[in-house]
Write a protein that binds this ligand. Structure first.
Ligand code: MF3
Ligand code: CO
Length: 282
C-alpha cells in the first residue's frame, strides 16, 4: 500500500467513444447469452459462444489469460458468487447463473455482468435476490450522477440493499468494482458499501465498473482450491450485476447498456449523456 492514491486515468471524448463501442459489443454478447441460456446447456458451451462472437467481431476477450484465468467468461452458478470457471456442468431449471464478461476494442476495455434464472425461479427469494442486485447496481449508477466523491457510490448501494432487503442479503465483503479503461482493473476501487475512504473526486473522463455482489443470508465465503471460484459458505445463493459507466461533461453514459443507460436513468430522474454511437452513425 502506498500513501499516495493511485492516479485515475481520465479519458478524452474520443477515447470514451471507443469505450462505448467496446461496451456496446459486450452488451450484444450478453444479449446473445441471454437467448442461449436454457436447461441442459453447459457453462463451457456458453463460454465458447461468447469467445466465438467476440473474435468474429474483431475484438479480444480480456478475462482469458488474465493472471492465468482460463476462460472468456466467469460463470457463477447458485452458491458461487463470482469468478466461477466454466465447465461441463449442465444448467438446470431454477439455477441462478451470473455471467461476467469483458472485451477489448482498440485497446479499450469493457466489463459487465448479468444474473439470469434458468426458466422458473425456485423461490420468491431467488427472484428478489436477482431483482435487488440489479436495482442496487442502478442505485449506485444513479448516485454517481450527482456524486462529489467515488465513495458515495458504495454508500448508495449499501443503503439501497439495506432498505430493500434488511439483513436477508449480505454484500460479498472484500470485493468491489474498479476503474476501467486502457486496462480492465484500474484505480479507483469502487466498493459496494461504506468504507473509511471518501475516494477520489468524480470528474469528467472517469470510467468505473460498478458491480454489486449479493448473497442470501450471511456473507461468509471461501475461495475454492482452483484459486478463482468464490463460494458462499453459509448456504445462501448469490447474484452479481455490473456495468461499465463513463462520467462525461454532459452526464453519465452507461457504456455496457444497449441504450447507454437512458431508460433506466430516466426512471430514476437522471438524464443520460447523448450516446456518441448514435452520432457516430454506428
Ligand atoms: N469482472 C471481473 C472483476 O472485475 C473480472 C474477473 S477477472 C478474471 O472482478 F480473471 F476472472 F477474468
Ligand atoms: Co469488474
Amino acid at each position: 500500500m502506498s500513501i499516495l492514491p493511485e492516479k485515475v486515468e481520465l479519458k478524452t471524448p474520443e477515447q470514451i467513444l471507443v469505450m462505448r463501442r467496446s461496451g456496446a459489443l459486450l452488451h450484444r454478447v450478453h444479449e446473445m447469452l441471454a437467448e442461449a441460456i436454457r436447461p441442459g446447456i453447459t457453462t463451457n458451451e456458453l463460454d465458447d459462444l461468447a469467445h466465438a462472437m467476440i473474435r468474429d467481431e474483431g475484438a479480444v476477450p480480456n478475462f482469458l489469460g488474465y493472471h492465468g484465468y482460463p476462460a472468456t467468461l466467469c460463470i457463477s452458478v447458485n452458491e458461487v458468487v463470482v469468478h466461477g470457471i466454466p465447465d461441463d456442468r449442465r444448467l438446470e431449471e431454477g439455477d441462478i447463473v451470473s455471467i461476467d464478461g469483458g472485451l477489448i476494442i482498440d485497446g479499450w476495455h469493457s466489463d459487465a455482468a448479468r444474473t439470469h434464472i434458468v426458466g422458473e425461479p425456485r423461490s420468491v427469494a431467488d427472484r428478489e435476490l436477482v431483482r435487488i442486485t440489479e436495482d442496487a447496481l442502478w442505485a449506485g449508477i444513479t448516485a454517481l450522477a450527482t456524486a462529489d466523491r467515488v465513495g458515495e457510490v458504495g454508500a448508495a448501494i449499501e443503503d439501497f440493499v439495506a432498505d430493500a432487503a434488511g439483513d436477508s442479503l449480505s454484500h460479498l465483503e472484500g470485493f468491489g468494482g474498479h476503474g476501467i479503461g486502457s486496462a480492465m482493473h484500474q484505480a479507483p476501487d469502487v466498493m459496494n458499501y461504506r468504507t473509511r475512504s471518501r475516494g477520489p473526486r468524480v470528474r469528467p473522463g472517469m470510467c468505473l465498473a460498478i458491480e454489486p455482489m449479493l448473497i442470501q443470508g450471511p456473507g461468509n465465503w471461501v475461495l475454492e482450491p482452483d484459486d478463482w471460484t468464490v463460494r458462499a459458505s453459509a448456504g445462501g445463493r448469490a447474484a452479481h450485476a455490473e456495468h461499465s459507466v463513463a462520467v462525461t461533461a454532459e452526464g453519465l453514459l452507461v457504456l455496457t447498456a444497449g441504450d447507454g443507460g437512458a431508460a433506466e436513468l430516466a426512471r430514476r430522474g437522471v438524464v443520460a449523456a447523448r450516446d456518441p454511437l448514435a452520432s457516430a452513425g454506428e
